[in-house]
Design a protein around this ligand. Sequence first.
Ligand SMILES: Cc1cc2nc3c(=O)[nH]c(=O)nc-3n(C[C@H](O)[C@H](O)[C@H](O)COP(=O)(O)O)c2cc1C
Length: 217
Amino acid sequence: MKKIFTVFMALAFLGVFSACTGSEEKKAFSSGQSGCQGASQGKTDSPGGASDGAGKDKKSLVVYFSWSGNTERVAESIQSQTGADIFEIIPAEPYSDDYDTVVEVAREEQRENARPVISGSIENIEQYDVIYVGFPNWWGDMPMILYTFFDSYDLSGKTVALFCTSGGSGLSGTVNEVKNLEPGAEVTSGLHIGSGSASNPDNAVSEWLKDTGLAEQ
Ligand SMILES: Cc1cc2nc3c(=O)[nH]c(=O)nc-3n(C[C@H](O)[C@H](O)[C@H](O)COP(=O)(O)O)c2cc1C
C-alpha cells in the first residue's frame, strides 16, 4: 500500500511540475491565488458572441477548475474548438501555491466531504445545452470544489461532458459519480489527458469531440 502511495505521489509530483515549466511555473508560484490559474476570474466569458456550441444550434459552456494550469489548457482548447463560453471555478478561499500544502488540504477536504465555496456564479446556466466540466484528478477523485459546483446547479436535460488531467489515475470513477450527482443529465464518455500531454491537447480534444458526437452539435 505504501509502495502504491509512493508511486502515485511521484507521478502526481511529476505531473504538476512538468506542467509548470517556464513562465507557467513563475505564474504558479507568484500569483498568490490558486496555482497557474489566470483566465476568467469567476465569471463567464463569451468569445465575441460566437457562443453557440460548434457554431451550430446548441449552446455550450466550458466550466473548469485548475490549480497548476494543465486543465486550463485543455479547457481553452475545447473553447476554441467549439466556440463555447467559459467559466473558471475560482475558490473563494484560494489554495496555497505550495504543492505539499495543497496535497494535504485536498486530502483533508476529501476526508471531511467538504464543499469549498466558489467565488462568483454562472448566470443563466439554463441557456446552455452542453456543459463541459474539467478538473485535475485529486486523490483519485474530483477536487471537492467540483462537488460544490454539481450541488449548486441542476443540469437536468443537458449534455455533460467531463474532462480531466492527471498524473496517471485518469478519470477514476468520476463519470459514474457525476451520473449519480446529475441523474437528469446525459453524461458522455469523458476525456482524460495525462499532465505531460496537457500542453498540446488539441488533437486529443478534437478526436474526443468527434467520438462523443459533440463536434456535430
Ligand atoms: C492535491 C493533488 C492531488 C493529486 N492527486 C492525484 C491523483 O490521485 N492521481 C493522479 O494521477 N494525479 C494526481 N495529482 C496530479 C494532478 O492530477 C495533475 O498534475 C493535473 O494535471 C494537475 O492539473 P491542473 O494543472 O489543472 O491543476 C494530484 C495533484 C494535486 C495537487
